[in-house]
Design a protein around this ligand. Structure first.
Ligand SMILES: [Zn+2]
Length: 225
């Protein structure tokens, strides 16, 4: 479910629709959290779909770390990509405002965190535009995304959170654990589809050289990061 202080607006024939803030949404606010009405499409269900349904599912879904496509039932599926977006997916599953969002601002996020299976050409033309969403964006862009998420997370307990009730107990425990001990951060790399626990754990080691992780082995195979 997307933050309730949003509305759908028609932008133009190329971009189609977008989601806009109807009220001030401060940095640190959860802007999207999965809820029970969202539709889950397994790889088997996707493969069995007609081309028409596949195209629409690809267009309006994101893929989670299990490799399952999630189609949001509400406005969330109309949120557009910007390379300088104002919200980001987190390793905890929800999305968070990484800057203050003013009434009338478009809510945007980065599709690089959505596990796209094919490169996607961008029309956003934002400053420092990447030009393309690539399946390996998570591997290359995660340090910047982690930095922005870590910058916003500490504000979570200081702003109004209309979507807080959608978080499951495990997620709440992980987030409050991080806020109590910053070494327990869950990187956005954990969103990578079907990455497996070993790779995820290793990336955490590579990103966060803290005493908390130093007893875990480093493998030379991932050192290009
Ligand atoms: Zn761009």
């Amino acid at each position: 479910m997307i933050h309730p202080h949003t509305e759908l607006r028609r932008i133009d024939p190329v971009l189609g629709y977008g989601v806009f803030a109807t009220d001030f949404i401060p940095k640190g606010t959860i802007t999207f959290a999965k809820d029970p009405f969202d539709v889950e499409v397994t790889p088997e269900q996707f493969d069995a779909m007609s081309e028409l349904l596949k195209n629409q599912t690809e267009r309006y879904s994101y893929m989670d770390e299990r490799g399952i496509r999630i189609v949001s039932w509400d406005l969330a599926k109309y949120v557009n990509h910007r390379c300088n977006c104002n919200t980001l997916s987190t390793g905890y599953g929800f999305e968070i405002a990484i800057q203050d969002i003013q009434p009338g601002d478009e809510i945007t996020d980065d599709y690089g965190l959505f596990n796209v299976t094919e490169p996607m050409t961008l029309t956003c033309a934002c400053p420092n535009c990447r030009g393309q969403i690539r399946p390996d964006d998570l591997d290359t862009c995660y340090p910047e995304w982690d930095r922005k998420v870590q910058d916003a997370l500490p504000l979570m307990l200081h702003v109004t959170q209309p979507l807080w009730s959608l978080l499951d107990p495990d997620t709440i425990e992980q987030v409050t654990g991080y806020l109590a001990d910053r070494r327990q951060y869950k990187s956005v790399t954990t969103l990578k589809a079907n990455a497996g626990p070993q790779i995820i754990e290793l990336r955490d080691v590579m990103t966060h050289q803290t005493p908390h992780y130093q007893d875990k082995p480093l493998r030379t195979a991932r050192r290009e990061h």
